[in-house]
Design a binder for this molecule. Structure first.
Ligand code: KG4
Ligand code: ZN
Length: 362
């Protein structure tokens, strides 16, 4: 818990294609959450184009910050600090958020908190519904999670299991060696001709399919908490080739037009089952070994209904999920993490020199 001091932190997040700004009070109260996504500009390319994302951040940053302050009914005088994502993410995108935050910290004479994007995803779980009167249509947990806390971080860029003993005292149990789970959804969607982002489009298509139509492999690794999704993606590619009667030399971009709707739905459902089962197997194993008092999920894949269903079947404790708008990239999670950094008197970042770390890990 934070001290009784009321503290308002403005968060800025620009690690990928979302330009986001939010104001959070006391580490539990969401006052505003503004997200502008440039996703429409990337759809035609089947993935985020870094140059387009960076240009869009430049245009969107100022209006998004203005809106977040106005929604929170705050002026700069009400803000106690600025939190910004400095990694991991796309270099050009991160740079715009970090330079903006540094400039604001200097000109408004506010402390600057440098936040890890991946850690931030978990902090969306510390926002509570009872403490949040201003944004009351958000679905959030009633109470903050207790420690020890097992974090399952599942997004387009990250897949990892982390055990927190307390704030800022954590142990990385394992992460992916290659593709992230969300990335696997995006790549498989491309193979079977579904729109980007792949997570939502595969979930939708999977509803019409049979999840047991095809046997797909689960990676076996020496560290039971490590992940690998590239083999599963390749297995889907080989399966699609086999279904249309071609071999590996057939261009993958031509597969989708040769697959029937039923084949696509069955591939989507079978892939989704295995991709999610892999996550749940490892989360259940970590739960047994470490007996955490809470399990929290963060990242875009947390909105997967299949993940929620399988976790509720396999874990003996109920899990609450942040509102979908707090699962995908947002700045509320960064502002929340910044609140805890401020409350625990963590070192602030130097606004004259904070640099981005695109490959930052936990
Ligand atoms: O956390 P996020 O917004 O961005 C990153 O930090 O990567 O996550 C985006 C990822 C995408 O790969 C998207 O396909 C995936 O989350 N995603 C889903 C679902 N909704 C979004 N994956 C599976 N099922 C979903 N319902
Ligand atoms: Zn993310």
């Amino acid at each position: 818990m934070l001290s009784s001091l009321i503290m308002k932190i403005l968060g800025i997040e620009t690690s990928c294609d979302e330009t986001a700004c939010a104001v959070v009070a006391n580490g539990n109260t969401l006052l505003s959450n503004v997200v502008f996504s440039s996703i429409d500009q990337h759809v035609a390319y089947g993935g985020v184009v870094p140059e387009i994302a960076a240009r869009s951040h430049i245009e969107a940053m100022t209006p998004v910050i203005k809106q977040a302050l106005s929604d929170a009914k705050c002026s700069w005088g009400d803000i106690d600090g600025i939190a910004v994502t400095y990694g991991a993410g796309l270099g050009g995108s991160l740079l715009i958020g970090v330079i903006t935050a540094r400039t604001l910290a200097i000109s408004k004479q506010l402390p600057l908190y440098a936040c890890n994007h991946v850690e931030g995803h978990i902090y969306a779980n510390f926002l509570t519904s009872g403490a949040t009167p201003a944004v009351n249509d958000y679905k959030m947990r009633g109470e903050q999670p207790e420690f020890p806390m097992l974090g399952v971080i599942v997004s387009g860029g990250h897949t990892q299991l982390v055990l927190w003993k307390d704030h800022f005292d954590y142990q990385l149990l394992g992460r992916t060696r290659d593709d992230a789970v969300g990335e696997a959804f995006d790549k498989v969607a491309k193979i079977i001709g579904l729109p980007y982002p792949g997570g939502p489009s595969i979930s939708q298509k999977a509803k019409q399919g049979n999840a047991n139509s095809y046997e797909l492999p689960k990676a076996k690794l020496s560290n039971p908490y490590e992940f690998s999704y590239s083999g599963l993606k390749t297995a889907v590619l080989r399966l699609a080739q086999k279904e249309v009667g071609e071999d590996y030399s057939f261009p993958s971009f031509k597969l989708a037009e040769r697959l029937s709707d039923a084949q696509k739905a069955n591939i989507a459902a079978s892939f989704q089952r295995i991709a999610i089962e892999t996550l749940v197997d490892k989360a259940a194993l970590a739960y047994e070994e470490y007996q955490p008092r809470s399990v929290v999920i963060g990242g875009g894949v947390a909105s997967s209904q299949e993940l929620r269903k399988q976790l509720s079947e396999r874990l003996p404790l109920p899990i609450s999920y942040p509102d979908a708008r707090l699962c995908t990239d947002n700045a509320a999670m960064i502002a929340t993490l910044g609140c805890f950094q401020a409350a625990q008197k963590r070192p602030t970042a130097d606004p004259y020199s904070l640099s981005i770390q695109p490959n930052l890990s936990m």
